[in-house]
Design a protein around this ligand. Structure first.
Ligand code: GLC
Length: 533
């Protein structure tokens, strides 16, 4: 199961914080680092072992922090470098590690490197970015399309060349063939690791190295995952180059040179399992590679079981899977997977917290917080503005709901938050803490059970049953997890034991004598009487 120093991220529960939306300490309507410090007791109470915070570095916010203008400075609206130090110190007191977000694929258009690079064709930093001549007819150098819409190239009139941006034009891609760029990022990693940061979540980790010849991407085919088909092309030349593994190995060496070792968690936004698993390398690349196949699956037992089992089967022996139900880029799982059905959301939480591997909760998941309808005039996400009303990322980024009062415990009463609140009167920490039957209580109890029962942390997975909507598996010797995601009640043969946690809490403590009945959208974690060989 790995060294003791790995336990926190392998066996523990990690929690993603979107800093602008977690807690606003100074009443300006925007969450901040001091606000996170104020709320660490909630996370300690919940049983969280580590937090990943979306970018806190300096940014003009063309893409809310994912356009970095200074990799070692802190965005003023979020706080200062001292606040980061204070956060790490306060989190450490509570045995919580802090993971930051690293955005190496691109910088902000306002980063001094890009300002130099675009200043002239012979500037020494010109080839820190990817510049190419127009085609003879003046059109972009190749057919690459941005996941955010439109071509990945923008013509810079002053110097007559196009620059590459896999995302918005405000996010020019760095040239990772350049040794100086690689050196610079080694320094950035060390800067934060030296300050006690426990690891990085790496933005679009699969994408950073581009084809040197800038060859055209081939079209997507009918067999491709629906996410691949969105742009109509397979991203094999503007992403997913084999050389990206060299860079990740290099970062892993930096991370491993620290004591305790730091971890690398990759946003491996790929839809082919082998490609995703390839980012673990021979145990010498990412510590964790996010599984977007699960995130973008229907919450349907056959489909998710297939993804989970093929991941567990395919993952190299020395590597460790990781699961999440969502993040700041996708609709919240209670809405997306469960369409507002609270029983299903409880099943999803049982699933996430009992599969073998690490788990990341997204802030608000512990409440079953749904998406918020954000009216057009309040949209902040540039993707949402471009694609309104079809798609956008604001619904999952609205403020954390701490209490039913005005301001929702997020900000001072009467202050307009940067994104509108959902419905804090219906869903908030304060009320749910008082209710033993709430999603929050379920979440905390599942985390507590995971901490108490070694089989739930390290026990091998073995499928127990799979019929219709039913899916059950054993963890180690003494635990059975059963989910009924179907519309009809189902019965499962289980050795004698006891329901330790039922998604319907009135079943906690119920004896199981050879069989377990589960209603529609119901889950249970059963503790068997005797060890099962
Ligand atoms: C990642 C981030 C997303 C951002 C994009 C470009 O996918 O998670 O929020 O917009 O990269 O940096």
């Amino acid at each position: 199961m790995g060294d003791d120093q790995d336990r926190w991220w392998k066996e523990g529960v990690l929690y993603q914080i979107y800093p602008r939306s977690y807690a606003d300490s100074n009443g300006d309507g925007v969450g901040d680092l001091a606000g996170i410090i104020d709320r660490l007791d909630h996370l300690a109470w919940l049983g969280v072992d580590g937090i990943w915070i979306n970018p806190v570095t300096v940014s003009p916010d063309a893409d809310w922090g994912y356009d970095v203008a200074d990799y070692t400075g802190v965005q003023p609206v979020l706080g200062t470098l001292d606040d980061v130090h204070a956060l790490i110190a306060a989190a450490t007191e509570r045995k919580i590690k802090v993971i930051l977000d690293l955005v190496p694929n691109h910088t902000s258009i306002e980063h001094p490197w890009f300002e130099e690079s675009r200043s002239s064709r012979d500037n020494p930093k010109r080839d820190w970015y990817v510049w190419a001549d127009p085609k003879p007819d003046g059109s972009p150098p190749n057919n690459w399309l941005s996941g955010f819409g439109g071509p990945t190239w923008t013509l810079d009139d002053a110097t007559g060349q196009y620059y590459l941006h896999n995302f918005f034009p405000e996010q020019p891609d760095l040239n990772w063939w350049k040794e100086e760029v690689r050196d610079e990022f080694d320094r950035i990693l060390r800067f934060w690791f030296d300050r006690g940061v426990a690891g990085f979540r790496i933005d679009v980790a699969h994408m950073i190295v581009k084809d040197r010849l800038l060859r055209d991407n081939p079209p997507a085919t009918d067999d491709d995952h629906w996410m691949v088909k969105l742009t109509g092309q397979r991203q094999i030349y503007n992403a997913n180059r084999p050389e990206v593994h060299d860079v990740i190995r290099r970062w892993r060496q930096v991370a491993d040179s620290y004591d305790p070792t730091r971890i690398l968690v990759g946003e491996t936004h790929v839809f082919d399992l082998d490609t995703m698993l390839g980012f673990y390398g021979q145990g010498d690349e990412l510590n964790l590679a996010f599984n977007f196949l699960l995130v973008h699956s229907d919450f349907e037992p056959g489909a998710i079981r297939e993804i989970v089992e093929s991941t567990l089967l395919g993952i190299p022996a020395e590597s460790w899977p990781v699961w999440m139900g969502g993040n700041h880029d996708v609709y919240r799982f209670p809405s997306r997977w469960c369409e507002g059905d609270a029983s299903k959301a409880r099943c999803a939480l049982v699933l996430l917290l009992t599969l073998p591997g690490s788990v990341f909760l997204y802030y608000g998941d512990e409440l079953g917080m749904p998406d918020t309808d954000v009216p057009k005039e309040r949209l902040k996400d540039p993707v949402g503005k471009r694609l309104y009303p079809v798609y956008g990322r604001d619904p999952e980024r609205t403020p954390m709901q701490w209490s039913p009062e005005p301001g929702a415990g997020f900000t001072a009463p009467g202050v307009e938050p940067w994104l509108p609140f959902g419905d804090p009167t219906r869903c908030n920490v304060e009320d749910q803490r008082r209710d033993p039957d709430s999603m929050l209580s379920l979440c905390r109890d599942l985390i507590g059970l995971r901490a108490a029962v070694p089989d739930l942390r390290g026990g091998a997975y073995a499928r127990f049953a799979a019929e219709g909507g039913l899916w059950a598996w054993r963890r180690g010797e003494r635990v059975v997890v059963a989910l009924n995601l179907g519309d009809d009640p189902a019965e499962l043969d289980v050795p004698n034991g006891m329901v330790r946690i039922g998604a319907r809490r009135e079943r906690d403590g119920e004896r199981v004598e050879g069989s377990l009945n589960l209603g529609a959208s119901e889950a249970a974690v059963v503790w068997l009487d005797e060890a099962q060989a």
